[in-house]
Design a protein around this ligand. Structure first.
Ligand code: NAI
Length: 221
């Protein structure tokens, strides 16, 4: 890909992929941008603009070929290959993420789970045994691990991220509430579920304010 694609567009691609995956499962072969727009509640022009970043993929009077578009978006998102990942922190969140089978369907394969609590060693997260942190460096190298999922408290996260980087990890999916300082060849995606919740609370309050506004000034009578 020659040009930089905005993060906003990249952020929308997984949603396209999800809808196209559902269409594929229903054996739908093609879809027009207006049908896709109605399904996804996104304007047809937004869809065209987004997909034009990558050369369009659509044909006048035909729409989009579902299989083709699905595989092109998969390629853009780097999903045509398999990624091996480990989870650091076998607590509530680590176990929940480890148990989520759909990651495998997308090519993300859980290879190892690590924790510092000896009581957890040998316990299972799905079909993977929890291992001690001391085993992490050699495990990353020997098992070709691409991604580490950090589900530990922020206090330990910076130190652990250093160990990960020193041992050649390519990316960190960071759930710890701290910004990590890593070299530019290591990708970090921070996830804060509470951000999404705050967006929701903003939308509730702004909806209520607008509603009050449109109902007139009777509140002061
Ligand atoms: P938890 O207490 O159930 O599990 C944390 C696990 O991490 C424990 O098993 C503990 O032994 C292990 N651990 C702690 N420090 C470690 C270290 N330095 N190295 C290896 N293992 C270590 O907590 P839970 O609910 O699973 O949450 C984990 C963290 O994720 C919390 O700090 C929480 O703040 C954060 N979190 C973030 C969310 C987000 O949206 N970003 C959502 C929920 C939790």
């Amino acid at each position: 890909m020659d040009k930089d694609i905005s993060q906003a567009v990249i952020g929308r691609l997984p949603r396209y992929l999800r809808y196209l995956g559902e269409l594929k499962d229903k054996n739908v072969e093609r879809i027009s941008s207006s049908e896709l727009s109605a399904m996804m509640k996104v304007t047809a022009s937004q869809i065209r603009q987004d997909l034009n970043n990558f050369g369009g993929f659509g044909q006048q009077g035909y729409g989009y070929n579902v299989d083709f578009l699905y595989s092109e978006i998969s390629k853009i998102l780097g999903l045509e290959k398999q990624y091996n990942f480990v989870i650091i922190g076998a607590g509530n969140l680590g176990k929940a993420l480890g148990g989520y089978l759909n990651f495998e369907k997308r090519g993300f394969i859980l290879k190892g789970v690590f924790d510092q609590n000896p009581k957890l060693y040998g316990t299972m997260v799905r079909d993977v045994k929890v291992m001690p942190m001391e085993d992490l460096p050699s495990f990353i190298k020997e098992n070709d691990i691409d991604i580490a999922v950090l589900t530990i408290p922020k206090e330990g996260a910076v130190l652990v991220s250093k160990v990960l980087v020193e041992n050649g990890i390519k990316a960190i999916w960071n759930f710890a509430h701290v910004d990590l300082d890593v070299p530019e060849n290591v990708q970090v995606e921070n996830v804060h579920l509470s951000d999404s919740l705050m967006k929701l609370s903003y939308n509730i309050s702004s909806y209520n304010k607008n509603k009050e506004g449109s109902e007139g000034g009777e509140a002061f009578v």
